[in-house]
Design a protein. Structure first.
Length: 245
């Protein structure tokens, strides 16, 4: 029998319809794996507070420039929302919710394993127990902050994207990506910063507001900047998903 041509997104999904793919292909588990790895790595990196502009107030003439406060996961965490956008756009809310649950479980497992590893008695020749505890030691406040912010932020991100898609169908992808990012990232950043600020050394209102604003603006800008890449990834998967309908 002659080989059947692979159907593409343009061939069988009109612009005025809403389509999703099944999760039986290899793309879904690959994206979920990247998504989950990003979450675990980000939660470890986030234990470090980061300040740009020297970490001290700077004065330029009459202007006082405050340091830019953030955490060590600022460069990586936006990738989790890019993955969430791809999952929501291609596979729908139910499949994305499954990925969010898997990521949540992975974070809980990682935190539990880190706690066990730090509590195990160090060998006599091991001189880095305190350093190990500082890097991966479980801080309950950070764990609660990360899990709560991730869970609510990702669910909102996915739900908003799918709701917008129900109205825009296959058109105006940019509106879905930006709209869901603004809602999801704001909720994620506000919740995480509110719970975790004290654990990483932020104790004043100006520093807290700085932390929230910088985190939200940065994460949103990153997703806007990488939107052309997100577009290409989504288009690539849609074209190669025979069940996308």
């Amino acid at each position: 029998m002659p080989e059947q041509p692979v159907k593409t997104h343009e061939q069988h999904v009109p612009a005025d319809h809403t389509a999703y793919a099944h999760v039986t292909s290899s793309y879904y588990p690959t994206i979920v794996a990247v998504f989950t790895a990003t979450l675990i790595i980000s939660n470890v990196c986030a234990t470090k507070g980061v300040a740009f502009l020297g970490g001290h107030d700077l004065t330029l003439g009459p202007l006082q420039i405050l340091p830019i406060n953030t955490d060590g996961a600022f460069f990586l965490f936006p990738l989790a929302y890019v993955c969430g956008d791809v999952l929501s756009e291609v596979y729908g809310f139910r499949a994305t919710r499954r990925a969010i649950y898997l990521g949540f479980g992975a974070l809980v497992l990682a935190s539990f394993c880190f706690w066990i590893a730090t509590e195990l008695p160090p060998a006599a020749f091991y001189a880095n127990q305190q350093s190990f505890h500082t890097v991966v030691g479980v801080v309950p406040r950070l764990v609660i902050a990360g899990l709560t912010a991730y869970f609510i932020g990702q669910l909102l991100n996915s739900k908003v994207l799918v709701l917008i898609k129900e109205r825009t169908k296959e058109k105006h992808l940019w509106a879905r990506l930006i709209g869901s990012t603004i809602v999801g990232e704001f909720a994620d950043t506000l919740i995480f910063c509110s719970i975790a600020a004290g654990a990483i050394g932020i104790t004043t209102w100006p520093d807290f507001i700085n932390y929230v604003i910088v985190g939200f603006v940065w994460k949103t800008l990153v997703e806007v900047v990488v939107m052309p890449i997100t577009y290409r990834v989504i288009a690539y998967i849609k074209k190669r998903e025979p069940t996308y309908a």
